[in-house]
Write a protein that binds this ligand. Structure first.
Ligand SMILES: Cc1ncc(COP(=O)(O)O)c(C=O)c1O
Length: 487
């Protein structure tokens, strides 16, 4: 027998009085001075031993004896961090680094932002977990999110890692459309569970042996990379229409006509901060409307201000049907979200959407405080302004360095592509690794990625430190050029 749960719910929205809730002390209201991190950043980088230092080496060796599957970031520079504040990280030997990675696109508002840390600590002492029952902080977060998200994106569920939100988005797309196929793009990344790896090509070659990983009904297509176009117009620039034509042909010929969604990062993070041409998403949106295919915009890495907008897709005026957030959303506290349009909210009833940790009070407090910091400290504007400075600086590097083939980015999502030869554009992976290690040794904590150097500095950073970080990178590039005989 099917139970009609609505009969048992005696809820009316009519007479809800919000006043009493406003009295709940949520520790989110303390505004912090915009300059909270500046004193701790004076005189960085400050190195007092070789790096990684002797204590780092011992601690890393002790840990790595048991902890396996470490990322290349750690393997290439096995340092042990003890503290982080604002844009600085301090290792166990007392060396202070300038942070150009925000963890891994996570602590975007600076390490241990006082407002965010206090909000989490407050709820850690008051209420830790009540599954998906309503709490005052959750109510506030829902209302806050509805104000920052475009269009009618306001049917929300919360999770504790990006991949869980991605999985939920895939289930939601199926529930909304009653269709089951998905199209994603070469070199996109969406996480490491089975549906997520089915939307990417993560496991290839000797280093990865999961066996066949792409589930049935998941397809991949090339996505436009302006530096390495597959199809060009007669003037040599990338031909977005050719990609769209290929997709249309693929939908007709390569699927069984049951495509639920295009699954895409708005800009490719892991692949090296690759942004599509300006006309790509508007044209893709038209194609998707024609075939009643949803656009699922995975903003786990690029969202929440990293490119100067709440959603990176905002840059191109496209409102997605589904969106996921993570990383910066809680500034380091594990909280993520999956959001669909209001008219599709019922689909979340069909996918058993809740989880054990999703939306716990600490998580909600971290997310509210992070959103409030972005607003109070005018972070979006800082990202746009300093982002332009970054681009100018990188353009100069491209002109002056024989191995810098391309520079790319918006806001604080940045990439420098290293090549062996500017004409052939052959990727220069060996140089990428060396530049990463050399710059880290000089006091820049950042992210390696093959031949594309990736940068994701904390969004609070000003031009002074942006310039300092770029100086270190440029110095490292020049040294590598010398070592490989380019100078
Ligand atoms: C675009 C994108 N989606 C999903 C994920 C997975 O998030 P998490 O590592 O929190 O599971 C990532 C992680 O890097 C990501 O970059």
């Amino acid at each position: 027998m099917k139970i009609n749960i609505k009969r048992y719910l005696n809820i009316s929205n009519k007479n809800l009085d919000k006043e009493p809730l406003k009295k709940v002390n949520m520790k989110n209201s303390n505004k912090v001075s915009k300059d909270w991190w500046k004193e701790s950043a004076l005189n960085i980088p400050k190195l007092i031993t070789e790096t990684p230092g002797p204590k780092s080496k011992i601690m890393h060796a002790n840990t790595a004896r048991y902890m396996k599957g470490l990322s290349s970031q750690v393997k290439l520079f096995p340092v042990c961090f003890e503290e982080g504040f604002g844009i600085t990280l301090t290792d166990i030997d007392g060396n202070k680094y300038l942070d150009f990675s925000s963890g891994i696109y996570v602590a975007s508002l600076g390490h241990c932002h006082p407002k965010i840390s206090e909000a989490v600590a407050f709820w850690a002492k008051k209420l830790m977990n009540v599954h998906d029952f309503t709490t005052p902080v959750k109510e506030k977060l829902m209302e806050k999110m509805a104000t920052i998200l475009p269009g009618k994106l306001n049917a929300i569920q919360l999770y504790s890692d990006g991949t869980a939100a991605v999985e939920a988005a895939i289930r939601a797309a199926r529930a909304i459309t009653n269709k089951h196929e998905f199209i994603s793009a070469y070199r996109d990344f969406h996480g490491k569970t089975m549906a997520a790896v089915s939307c990417a090509q993560m496991y290839r070659g000797e280093t990865h042996s999961y066996g066949p990983t792409r589930a049935a009904g998941f397809y991949m297509v090339p996505r436009p990379d302006p530096y390495r176009p597959l199809w060009t117009k007669t003037d040599g620039t990338i031909d977005t229409d050719a990609y769209i034509r290929f997709y249309e042909n693929f939908i007709i010929e390569g699927t069984v006509g049951n495509v639920a969604a295009f699954v895409l990062e708005p800009a490719q993070g892991w692949a090296g901060s690759i942004f599509p041409p300006e006309d790509f998403f508007p044209k893709l949106k038209k194609l998707c409307e024609k075939y009643k295919i949803l656009i699922y915009d995975d903003e786990v890495l690029a969202g929440m201000g990293r490119t100067g907008e709440w959603l990176t897709l905002n840059h191109w005026g496209v409102i997605p049907d589904i969106v996921t957030f993570g990383k910066s959303f809680g500034n380091g506290f594990p909280v993520t979200a999956m959001v669909v349009r209001e008219e599709n909210g019922d689909a979340l009833e069909k996918i058993s959407a809740s989880s054990s940790y999703g939306g716990n009070p600490m998580a909600c407090a971290a997310a509210i405080a992070s959103i409030e910091v972005i607003e109070e400290e005018d972070i979006l504007q800082n990202v746009r302004t300093v982002g332009k400075f970054f681009m100018k600086r990188m353009q100069k590097m491209k002109e002056q360095h024989p191995i810098v083939g391309d520079v790319k980015g918006k806001g604080f999502l940045l990439g420098i592509e290293l090549v062996k030869d500017k004409k052939t554009k052959e990727p220069f992976d060996e140089a990428g690794i060396l530049v990463y290690q050399k710059a880290f040794r000089k006091g820049l904590a950042w992210i390696p990625a093959g031949h594309i150097l990736r940068m994701s500095p904390p969004l609070i950073m000003d031009e002074k430190y942006a310039s300092q970080g770029m100086d270190i990178i440029e110095e490292a590039i020049a040294e590598v050029e010398k070592e490989f005989g380019y100078r």
